[in-house]
Design a protein around this ligand. Structure first.
Ligand code: SAH
Ligand code: SF4
Ligand code: F3S
Length: 475
């Protein structure tokens, strides 16, 4: 799943003058202000929008300036040790601020809250609230408790919470792309992964509420939704009233049917679960994007077994082959871990060669970080020395750079339908948009009457390793 750090403050400068839902410009509407910062995957970012919605109902308005806030929240990630260290550092900064402003409350949300529970209160004395991912509905009560000077904790995991009825407040939105959470938790037990412990059992959200959220976003001008789950292919929901079973393929169809102008994406697929039916569904709908994030983790069957990924190298390769057959112009990306327990040079070379075979357009690449409590931490020794892990990771990163550049160069001369997301980062006279394959394309505006959320045909004329450069096709 996509990794990101969303810091409402750094986005501030770019968005001056625009008005955002949930941001408090009217002190009469909101009695207090909260500030929220999110780390980790898209799911966490999406959860922060649910939290914002719950807090708005309680009279809390969002602010991008944490020095103004009565309540500072940090939505945390535990996936690697470094992710937790980043949060710890940030907490130290909040601590200084709290000394100057004693009434301010600091809350830790998300995966680190769930993993460390009340222990976090002992380790980080400034923290007033610790709230796990399934307990956000209890935030108002917990805040009230904390306001009396008590420490407040709720880290209960749920079997059925999906926040289906909560309409998320879009924080820091570009007004074009949005995430829709379709399921929570994970039932896979990849041996390296902390997510099943921090997010609990897998559960799917009511399909009606998903379609309704997509419809609502479309009406508000959004044109690209990403359906989120740790393992979207195991989405499964039964509509008792109509006696209908909604699989992931059916859900994709339903969301695509909202409007042909709404692009539908999803993340993340587990290679063992993505079905041929899903591939045919993508191929059959123009507005379901030709892009699949298919984390491989390793190219060695032996390592994959230790990781408990339940597929082999050959199985993964046959999936990639099948994708290329059914959706010939499909973008494919991956997550890759370097230096898992017992990994040899030969295993590492298997990872490099499966990357070459898959020709990934993009990858998220990490070196293995042992997480307490996971199967791998209990069973296997973290025995690849750090310099070797880092060297192998660098080889993976270098290879991915070459593959992405090759993939971009192969697009020169082709024309893509691009959804405009906004100004290019470098220049206000260029647009930035993405193709169905999820590639970023930058092109001159050329005084055309276009705006964010519009589609335009763009011919690729050049590229960098990371970006396609193009020009608008004349009609
Ligand atoms: N549900 C998604 C992954 C979510 S975590 C899936 O199964 O594909 C995102 C990525 O973080 C994983 O795909 C993996 O590559 C990486 N990751 C997870 N645990 C890790 C660990 N202990 N060390 C290093 N990378 C890890
Ligand atoms: Fe973690 Fe595996 Fe679940 Fe992904 S599928 S969240 S890697 S346990
Ligand atoms: Fe996401 Fe990090 Fe939790 S990747 S699910 S926020 S551990």
């Amino acid at each position: 799943m996509e990794m990101m750090k969303v810091d409402t403050k750094t986005h501030d400068e770019k968005r001056q003058g625009e008005s955002y839902a949930g941001f408090a410009n009217d002190p009469n509407v909101y009695r207090k202000l909260f500030y929220i910062e999110s780390y980790g995957c898209a799911m966490n970012f999406s959860d922060s929008e649910i939290v914002a919605s719950i807090l708005n109902e309680e009279g809390f308005g969002a602010t991008r300036d944490y020095e103004q806030a009565d309540l500072v929240l940090i939505n945390t990630c535990s996936i690697r040790e470094k992710a937790e260290q980043t949060v710890r550092k940030r907490l130290t900064e909040f601590k200084k601020m709290k000394q100057a402003k004693p009434g301010m409350l600091v809350g830790v949300l998300g995966c680190m809250a769930e993993r460390l529970k009340a222990k976090l209160l002992e380790e980080e004395k400034l923290v007033d609230l610790v709230v796990g991912p399934d307990a956000y509905r209890s935030l108002p009560a917990l805040i009230e408790e904390a306001e009396t000077g008590q420490k407040a904790v709720n880290v209960l995991l749920s079997r059925d919470e999906t926040y289906a009825d909560i309409s998320p407040v879009r924080l820091d939105s570009n007004g074009v792309t949005a995430f829709i959470s379709i399921m929570r938790g994970c039932n896979n037990m990849c041996s390296f992964c902390v997510v099943p412990f921090t997010r609990g059992r897998e559960r799917s959200r009511d399909a009606f509420s998903i379609v309704q959220e997509a419809q609502n976003l479309f009406e508000r001008g959004f044109r690209d939704v990403t359906l989120l789950g740790q393992n979207v292919d195991s989405y499964y929901w039964v509509d008792d009233a109509r006696n209908e079973t909604v699989t992931f393929a059916r859900l994709l169809e339903k969301v695509a049917a909202v409007n042909p102008l709404l692009r539908v994406r999803f993340s993340t697929s587990h290679p063992k679960d993505i079905t041929e039916e899903v591939l045919h569904t993508i191929a059959a709908h123009d507005n379901i994007c030709n892009y699949i994030h298919l984390p491989v983790q390793s190219g060695s069957t032996r390592i994959l077994q230790l990781m408990n990924r339940t597929y082999t190298r050959e199985w993964y390769m046959s999936k990639v082959k099948q994708i290329r057959e059914i959706i010939p112009d499909c973008g494919i990306s991956a997550d890759i871990i370097a230096g898992f327990c017992t990994e040899t040079e030969e295993d590492h070379n298997d990872t490099l060669s499966i990357m070459e075979f898959s020709r990934y357009d993009m990858s998220y690449m990490f070196f293995y970080s042992e997480r307490p409590g996971t199967l791998a931490a209990k069973r296997y020794e973290d025995d690849v020395p750090e310099p070797i892990k880092k060297r192998r990771l660098q080889e993976i990163v270098d290879l991915q750079g070459r593959l992405a550049f090759e993939s971009n160069k192969a697009d020169i001369g082709k024309t893509f339908r691009v959804l405009i997301e906004g100004n290019s980062k470098r220049s206000d006279s260029d647009w930035m948009g993405r193709s169905s394959q999820n590639k970023v394309i930058v092109f001159p505006k050329n005084n055309r009457p276009l705006k964010s959320g519009d589609y335009v045909m763009v011919k690729v004329t050049d590229c960098t390793p990371a970006t396609l450069l193009g020009k608008i096709m004349e009609d």
